[in-house]
Design a protein around this ligand. Structure first.
Ligand code: C5P
Length: 447
């Protein structure tokens, strides 16, 4: 049960994240530290020292602009490794090529990350060694931005940061305060100690869902009328994608089965694109084995045209009747499967939200349902939402917030209910086992 829920959407998430205590999360870890051009680059020297003190191996890669602020000699002395800068350095490439370097890294940390570097990273440029490494690595990427406050507030930087965050790049800061240029505002590089504290969890992934597989459906489906037309709905997929990301953040292996949307795939999430309900169902069936939690956020079409015309339908008559037939209810089908995962559904309602949601919770045999009011610019295709979360023993209202924050709070509730159900199951089988043993012993005594 949710104890003392304060209505803030972050508290449940924090409570459920679990604090794995690992005293040496950085020992022996391979960190590729990118240094880009900015006055804050001098602080990166201190950052290298701290990382080394924590037992990490640090390979510094500088952009050419960074070399205008600090010399490579400083970093070489502190890290004990020659600094890399040039994509075309034949001798360095012969020792460890850029692809090997990208593979070597267990974490890519860019500090300071200039506005220019964030723009290049957001747009996938590979015009120097550091940007190429970021494109070629499978390691998590964390960036600590540092720039003038107006550059940070600029719309171009804002949208680059949003894009990078949505892809799973971790933003460390920036801090707010006095700037080297004499101004005051957001854009200060975080202190090296704070950067070290924030990257530690990235190096030793922890979380209550570690080792658990979660299947998430998201977005709308498209049901074919003819080769150029379809029936669909207004779902943007934002809620499902945000949930996939926050479930990954608590350690889950996340598979995201998505209808047609225009969203980037969160880093570390495996995505399968589909169009129709039947394709989504086929993908779900393929991916279901081994799934611990199923989350149906997709706005699956309830009906599809009875047939998909082979040729484009011509406008020959004044009216056109489209005969529709029911699609497969994916959520109900998965819920009826054995073994049955922990089932999370969504309900989008225009009225009597709680009544319809509770009916659906029971009818589809779900463990938890998140309901929202839709229509009149609510919920569908917008960034903010509110949710009413119901399960058999309780309810929680998550107030209006960004879908990202709601996803985190909902993840907290999913984790809590899932773990509670598992614990209850274990207690039940322990009791069963104990009574079986007792019966065997008593049987033996009687004979
Ligand atoms: O019955 P209704 O469509 O309102 O239920 C919504 C829930 O059921 C959502 O979780 C949605 O993903 C799921 N659903 C499904 N397959 C369908 C229709 C809905 O998985 N064909």
């Amino acid at each position: 049960m949710v104890q003392g829920y304060d209505g803030g959407v972050r508290s449940t998430y924090r409570a459920c994240m679990g604090q794995k205590t690992d005293n040496q999360p950085m020992q022996g870890k391979r960190i590729l530290l990118g240094v880009t051009g900015g006055i804050a680059a001098y602080k990166s020297a201190e950052l290298v020292r701290r990382l080394i003190e924590h037992g990490a191996q640090v390979q510094v890669v500088m952009t050419s602009a960074a070399r205008e602020f600090v010399t490579p000699t400083t970093f070489q002395a502190l890290s004990g490794r020659p600094v890399r800068s040039d994509l075309w350095d034949a001798a360095a490439e012969a020792a460890m090529g850029h692809i090997e370097l990208a593979r070597w890294a267990e974490l890519v940390l860019v500090a300071p990350a200039s506005a220019d570097f964030l723009a290049r990273l957001a747009h996938g440029l590979a015009d120097d060694l550091l940007s190429t490494l970021c494109l070629a690595t499978e390691a998590p990427i964390a960036v600590a931005p540092a720039m003038n406050q107006l550059m940070w507030r600029n719309a171009a930087t804002r949208s680059n940061v949003e894009l990078l965050t949505a892809r799973g790049v971790r933003m460390l800061g920036p801090g707010v305060g006095d700037q080297a240029c004499g101004e005051f505002g957001p854009g200060r590089l975080l202190e090296p100690a704070d950067i070290v504290a924030q990257i530690a969890p990235l190096l030793s992934p922890a979380g209550p869902l570690i080792g658990r597989r979660v299947l998430v459906t998201a977005g709308p489906t498209r049901e074919c009328i003819d080769p150029v037309r379809f029936v669909s709905n207004r779902s943007s997929g934002k809620m499902g994608f945000a949930l996939a990301q926050s479930l990954r953040d608590v350690g889950a292996e996340v598979v995201l089965i998505s209808g047609p949307v225009t969203l980037p795939t969160p880093l570390g999430v495996r995505r399968i694109d589909v169009e129709s309900c039947e394709q989504m169902y086929a993908a779900v069936q393929r991916e279901l084995p081994g799934t611990a939690i199923f989350v149906g956020t997709a706005a699956v079409a309830d009906y599809r045209p009875l047939a998909c015309a082979e040729q484009k339908i011509k406008k020959t008559s004044e009216t056109l009747a489209l005969e529709l037939t029911r699609t497969t209810d994916i959520l109900s089908q998965v819920s009826a499967s054995t073994p049955r995962p922990f089932m999370v559904g969504f309900a989008a309602e225009t009225n009597s939200v709680e009544h319809y949601a509770r009916t659906k919770l029971l009818a589809k045999n779900l463990d938890l349902i998140a309901a929202n009011e839709v229509g009149h610019s609510k919920a569908f295709d917008c960034d903010d939402n509110s949710l009413l979360v119901l399960w058999r023993g309780g309810r929680v209202e998550l107030p209006v917030s960004s879908k990202r924050e709601l996803a985190q709070a909902l993840t907290g509730l999913i984790v809590e209910q899932y773990l509670e159900q598992n614990a209850a199951r274990e207690r039940g089988s322990a009791r069963e086992l104990a009574s079986e043993e007792l019966a065997t012993r008593e049987g033996a005594r009687a004979s």
